[in-house]
Structure formats: C-alpha cells, structure tokens
Design a binder for this molecule. Structure first.
Ligand SMILES: [Zn+2]
Length: 455
C-alpha cells in the first residue's frame, strides 16, 4: 500500500518498447501538425484521416445507427467526428472530447497592402493572446483563403515549402534602439507595427507605389485576385517551417500551434481506436483563442444541434443524453518552467515528461469564470486513467492571483454535461514556437482512449 502521492516521470517507468511507441506516435503527430497550422488546415487534415478510415460525412436529419462512423464539418473551420456505439445512448450518454484547433497568429487587416520607402507590406491584426515582441525577425508563412467576386474560393499557402519565399517583420537594430529598449515589453512593439514585408521590386510602368502595383500584379497572376479581394479573405501569417525535435535525446518537440493541436490529434486517434461500445464524439473547435464566440466556436449551438439530432435518430431523449454524457475539455496547460519558477506553485504545477495533466479548474481571482469539475467527475476520469495504467499528473495554471485563463470547458458544462479539463503541458505557450514532450503527447492519447473505453 502506497500512502504518499508522488509524480511519475514517464521515461523513468517506460520500458524500451513503450518509449519506442511514444516516439513513433509523435511522428504521426508531427505530420498532422505541419498540415494543421490554422483551423481550416486542421479540419481538412482531420477529414483526410477520417476518410482513410471509412468515416462518412453526416448532415442534420440523417438516420444513424450503431457502428456508424461519421464526421460533420461546420463551415470548414470546426469538425465533429462521431463513432456511434452499441451501448444505449440514453443510458450511457456520449463520451465527448473537445479541443480547439485555432492558434494565436497575425491575421491580415481588410485593407492590408501598402508601400513605404520602396517596400511593400501587409498590415496585420493579431489573433489571440500573443507577446508582440516575439513576432518580428522570424520566418513567416502566409496561409488562408480568398473569396473572389461570385464566390470562387482560392487557397493561399506560401512559406512552408522549402522552396517558397517567407515573409518578415523587421525590428530595430540595437545600435539605434536605446529608446526602444527602455520601454516595457508590452509597449516596445505595438500591434500597428506588425507589418510584414511582401515585396521590393517596383513595377517599371508605375510612377507612384510601383512596388505595391507589382505585388498586386503577382497576386493577380497567381490567385486571380485584385486589391478589394483582401476584404473577402481570411489570410494570416503563421510561423514558417516544420515541427523539430528538441534536445540530444529528441524527447521534446518544438513547433507552432501545439496549443491545442497536441490535444486535438490524440482525441482523434483515441476515437479511431475506441472499442465501439459508448458513442464517442471528438470536436475540433475554432475561435477558442478569442473567446469561443461565433458560428464555429464552442459557444455556437451547433454542438447542441448535433447531440439532439444524433440522439433523436437513435430514439433517445436528447436532454437525457446530455445529462448522462461526459466531456474531457482537452486543452494544453502551462508546464513548470524553471527559468520562471516564481509564477508557479511547485506542488500544484504540471511538469514536462510526467504525463498529461488533469486540471480541475481554471479561472482567476478566486476561481472566477471557470468550470470547476466535481470530485465525482475527476474521480471518474482518475479511475479510467489508473485502470489503463496511464502516467498522468494533476495541476493548476500558476500561482494564485498572478494571472488566469480559460478553456472551452465551461461552455460545454453550461449545456448540462459533466466536463473536466485535461491536456498536455506546454513550455512557452502562445509563443511562435512552443515545446511539448513526446511522453506527454502519448500519455494524452492513452488517456483519451481510457476515457472512451471506461464503462
Ligand atoms: Zn488552448
């Protein structure tokens, strides 16, 4: 009988086979992540993975039955993958896993293109919580869609292929930065200064703004667009490049957008592997980084409509289904960073390499604005994890009253569904390149699978 609780480092207890499995799993994740820099990318990649496994598109009103493998794409930015189980959905409810697939980035403004001093720029409006000083002088890719007059949609993706050009936001040389470096971090780089260079060759025929004219000609030749079409586009700058292993032992991964694709991917792989008894639903949500509003965010009633439609088609009362359902709000948490130890409370922090982390509550100023999961719900998930031998840990965001945060958990809980936050610990969260551990990623997959398969 062990009376004391201590955290477990995954690599201390994992055998060679287990470690190999974790590293192998990480390769699939890296591929997924590279093609999923925005919510649109993640949804398209999820559809591909679903179709390879025989999943079929679902539409409201469709008749469903046990064994059906379905996915519903909500306006290309939000997907619900559903595996209908053999268990009575009214009695057993659904197992829901909800992650988000949008990440902080630099969206283009509606009128973004301008020329100054022989350089053409695109103006941006940042999306989500960023530290602005992190975005100048890194390689950026431009990705998204442009809707032309008449509705034709053109995809743009420049900067991730090795042969592509990249885009670049300048910063001031240190020699002339005496005033700049005196400023606070939040003031030194302003939102309005996050303009990326996109061209520098003037069009010989134009007398004024020749570089801008030349860029427009290039855009027209490649995408058939003109300047006004920026107004009907969703384009954004994201950090360019592939996920890379970190450290001599290669146990960590540095990449853009771990938050929250590092939980979205395990949701999907767990659903694919789940035993088919309970009905399982994996959600990739949009707009979490800006408050989960809008038609593709978790506050949209699309989730209710899905549960209602599926329940009714199976002959169950939707209210009863929701009441008996359980949800893991699968989102990342902050990993303890020894360089910034003072913002954490060590006994309740999550550590890199100690497995996925269960977070009972988020919020700020005395647990305001959070889903604080019940002891019963945490106990249910704990049993699932321990029965399956998952290495996991339990923590909270950071020291009391030093900040705060939230996830989609409360929006799902507000629908009357028992919900618990759990996810992968991240270092440098919301930075252009974040870090996670392959151990925690694999632990997340196993945890999601254990949750789906607990009866
Ligand atoms: Zn997140």
């Amino acid at each position: 009988m062990q009376f004391e609780y201590t955290k477990t480092n995954y690599f201390k207890v994992a055998g060679e086979e287990e470690k190999k499995a974790a590293f192998g799993y990480a390769e699939g994740y890296k591929n997924f992540l590279f093609s999923s820099k925005t919510e649109r990318g993640a949804v398209a990649t999820a559809v591909k993975l679903c179709e390879e496994r025989g999943y079929k598109p679902y539409m409201f009103g469709d008749k469903v039955k046990a064994g059906d493998k379905l996915y519903f794409v909500n306006r290309d930015k939000n997907i619900f993958v559903i595996k209908i189980g053999t268990n009575n959905i009214g009695k057993c409810g659904m197992k829901i896993m909800a992650a988000h697939v949008d990440s902080p980035r630099l969206d283009l403004k509606p009128n973004p293109l301008f020329e100054e001093a022989g350089l053409a720029f695109l103006k941006t409006h940042y999306y989500g919580g960023i530290k602005k000083y992190q975005w100048p002088t890194i390689a950026l890719a431009l990705t998204g869609v442009v809707v032309l007059r008449g509705g034709k949609r053109v995809e743009v993706n420049v900067g991730d292929d090795e042969n592509d050009p990249i885009f670049y936001i300048t910063d001031l040389l240190p020699h002339l930065a005496q005033e700049q470096v005196e400023k606070t971090m939040s003031k030194a780089i302003s939102g309005e200064s996050l303009n990326a260079i996109v061209g520098s060759i003037p069009d010989g025929e134009e007398e004024k703004e020749g570089v801008k004219a030349a860029v427009l000609k290039l855009l027209n030749a490649k995408y058939g667009m003109t300047e006004i079409d920026f107004q009907t586009s969703e384009l954004c700058f994201v950090p360019a490049g592939k996920p890379r292993d970190v450290g001599f032992d290669r146990a960590l991964i540095s990449a853009y957008g771990h938050d929250d694709k590092v939980c979205a991917y395990p949701e999907l792989t767990a659903l694919f592997e789940s035993d088919g008894k309970d009905t399982v639903m994996a959600i990739f949500a949009d707009k979490e980084e800006t408050g989960s509003d809008g038609v593709t965010g978790m506050q949209s009633r699309v989730i209710l409509d899905i549960i209602d439609n599926i329940s009714q088609s199976l002959g169950a009362n939707p209210t009863l289904v929701r009441y008996n359902s359980k949800c893991i709000s699968a989102d990342v948490c902050s990993a303890f960073d020894p360089e910034y130890a003072s913002v954490y409370e060590k006994r309740n922090a999550s550590f890199i390499g100690c497995g996925m982390s269960v977070t009972k509550y988020h919020g700020a100023r005395g647990k305001n604005s959070t889903n604080d999961a019940s002891a019963e719900m945490v106990g249910y998930v704990r049993d699932a994890l321990e029965d399956a031998g998952v290495v996991y840990q339990t923590g909270e965001l950071g020291r009391i009253d030093i900040g705060g945060g939230g996830t989609v958990a409360k929006y799902i809980a507000n629908l009357g569904i028992d919900t618990l936050d759990a996810g992968v610990p991240v270092l440098s969260m919301h930075a252009p390149y974040e870090i996670i551990s392959k151990a925690d990623l694999y632990s997340m997959h196993k945890a999601m699978l254990a949750f789906c398969n607990k009866h």
